[in-house]
Write a protein of this length. Sequence first.
Length: 342
Amino acid sequence: MNKKTFTYKKSGVDINAADKFVNFISLVSSKKRGKKKLSNIGGFGSISDIPSSIKHPKIVACTDGVGTKIEIANTIKKYDTIGIDLVAMSVNDLIVQGAKPLLFLDYISINKIDLTKLKSIIKGIVKGCEQAECELVGGETAEMPGTYEKGKFDIAGFAVGVVDKNKILNKKKIKVNDLILAIPSSGLHSNGYSLVRYLLKKKKINIIKNSFLKFELLKPTKIYVQEVLKLINKNLINGCANITGGGLVDNIKRIIPENLIAEIDLNKIKTTKIFKWLKKNDISNNEMIKTFNCGVGFCLIINPKNFNQIKKFFTKEYKPYIIGKVSKGKNKVKLNGSISWV
């Protein structure tokens, strides 16, 4: 071959490597599900059934990424958990409206195909789909030399779910005197990492040498699908909120009806070590509350009579507890007291 001949591979795009990766995705996905090699992955599109048990199906779709948590993974060179985060960020939004996740797709853009790195990410995505009881049906991997620096990449996820129109959770079900429950988070989840990284840079903290941070900063986001869907199927909750970017206030206000207010008692919030560590590093109370979940990964709004029954659906680690109630008011969210960081 003429050395001066222009090829796609010389430009930085290796189609053969991409094909090997697609084949790996199909095999690892089918292995987890105990099935033969999936026919969906590698095609132009994916065809899936809507469960026949749902009489009046409504489709719900979500998309999200994991933000700059990717840069923590790059620093530590550990990629097997951010795939779980990717699934969690979308499916935890789906269940807020009562939808059961059906299928998931991913998009990975990278400067150059790195099979070791990409396989690790996909294994996490498959594990996340397993926890959410949905299928990984396809995706896209884009090799983009010149757009991303060496070793850099980004990932995005897309989830589709279904809900019977009679079981859709909406604001109308939320009433005065309903309780607000906090379900603990597994850690930072996938929000606030730009602030975390800014802090690490300014304080010159090497996370590779800090075993606590190395573990905590890549903890995967808790997937709440199985527990919350059981509660929805038994009509035990009136509303719920996934506590992501914007913290408690911005996310709870999205589900509170007009002329009602969510009164949150910050004294009751149970924080964990990573949030206490952040607070000690010159971050104000207000900044903590609006940037991080502060230990509350998901909220349920319930009739008080259902509280004891609801607790039975959760393990000890993620047992819901009361942090407030719904009352009459116009500001949608009212914070009382202060979080203890001790």
